[in-house]
Write a protein that binds this ligand. Structure first.
Ligand SMILES: Nc1ncnc2c1ncn2[C@@H]1O[C@H](COP(=O)(O)OP(=O)(O)OP(=O)(O)O)[C@@H](O)[C@H]1O
Length: 355
């Protein structure tokens, strides 16, 4: 449905996106996740036809729409867009906003489509309102309905929920996913919010400085991140230095541990071991000790910041009945079943497939 091959985007001499490959199948929801300024919006604008590309190609339905020196006009691409700031027309009612892109259809057909979209986004009865009389979440659902009205082949969503409060953002992301799935719409969303990305995406990509570091299903990115940067970006954790001893063992300030998976490095290699909070547990009988630095109440559990005697930090999530105070020393056990290991020199994942 959508294919980007080795795409580069430049503003003058400044290349802000490079070597960008991405494939989205029909009906899939893709999501680009990355810090501010990494090039997410530029990629969306290039797909929509608003930005030329300086290298590579963009194909829609296996037809080339962008290559250096050539670009099919945005209005000929059958692409709908939803932006961060809703961008509804204030002088038009909700129904008129939704009908904006289908003005050329006969009136009766327009009304029918607007009514079915109002039902779809659960705004029945609000067709005559103006946007200032709607909540942020309602406005964003109008923007979604308006983008869907012309039945686009592809919907691009640029940080569509970022101006809403956290709770509304979460529930709207789930609703929007349901609507897109129900209608079989192919969509690409950009965001810097991990939870939004996880609740929306069939395929997820992490971008950094204009490059797509990894593209795959969210579970794969979480459990098999290609690099420490991807792992760090998509989930909380702490890294500690260890050395690969050979024979499937690692050692460092966290002690000497056997690995469940094989690694692709020689003995003596310096590695970074990423430990997520659920992998670090209290064990009074353990020789591995750490000092409590901070206890953070998270509602359903505590997050503890811990320090090993050598100075390295660990994070641990513990149930609410595990009450420890700053300064206290704890025995720890580590669950290395799904441990993530990266080459300390280049940050690449060194784990081979689990045995
Ligand atoms: N029209 C432009 N002219 C020159 N530079 C631009 C232009 N648009 C974006 N840039 C630069 O390109 C880089 C990527 O910007 P882009 O908006 O694509 O990033 P982003 O990941 O979407 O950021 P954000 O999350 O903050 O919206 C940034 O360094 C930005 O300053």
């Amino acid at each position: 449905m959508l294919q980007l091959e080795h795409v580069a985007i430049s503003y003058g001499t400044n290349k802000v996106v490079q070597g960008f490959d991405l494939t989205l199948q029909a009906g899939e929801i893709g999501c680009l996740l990355g810090a501010s300024g990494c090039g997410k919006t530029s990629v969306l604008r290039a797909i929509a036809g608003f930005e030329p590309i300086s290298e590579g190609r963009i194909d829609l339905h296996e037809k080339n729409v962008s290559r250096p020196g050539f670009s099919v006009a945005p209005e000929k691409r059958q692409i709908g867009m939803v932006f961060q700031d809703f961008a509804l027309f204030p002088h038009l009612t909700v129904a008129e906003n939704i009908a904006f892109g289908i003005r050329s259809l006969p009136k009766a057909q327009q009304r029918e489509r607007v009514d079915s979209l109002l039902t779809l986004v659960e705004l029945q009865g609000l067709g005559d309102r103006y946007s200032h009389a709607l909540s942020g979440g309602q406005q964003q659902r109008v923007a979604l309905a308006r983008a869907m009205a012309p039945k686009p082949d592809l919907l691009l969503l640029d940080e569509p929920f970022s101006s809403l409060d956290t709770e509304l953002r979460g529930s709207l992301a789930t609703q929007v996913r349901q609507i897109l799935k129900q209608q079989g719409i192919t969509a690409l969303l950009v965001t810097h919010d991990k939870s939004e990305a996880f609740s929306m995406a069939d395929k997820l990509g992490v971008m950094d400085q204009g490059r797509l570091l990894q593209w795959g299903c969210p579970a794969t990115l979480f459990s098999r991140p290609a690099s420490l940067h991807v792992a760090d970006f998509i989930g909380k954790g702490a890294t500690v230095k260890v050395e690969y001893l050979g024979d499937g063992r690692i050692a460092g300030d966290v002690g000497n541990w056997p690995l469940v998976s094989n690694v692709s490095v020689a003995s003596g290699t310096s590695l970074s071991l990423l430990l997520r909070p659920h992998q670090v547990k209290t064990d009074p009988t353990s020789e591995l000790k750490a000092r409590v630095l901070r206890q953070i109440f998270r509602g359903a559990d505590y997050l503890y910041e811990l320090q090993l005697p050598g100075g390295e930090l660990l994070l641990s999530s513990m149930p609410l009945d595990c009450e420890f105070s700053p300064g206290q020393s704890l025995g720890l056990s580590l669950d290395l079943t799904n441990a993530l290991l990266f080459d300390a020199a280049n940050g690449h994942n060194v784990l081979l497939e689990s045995q």
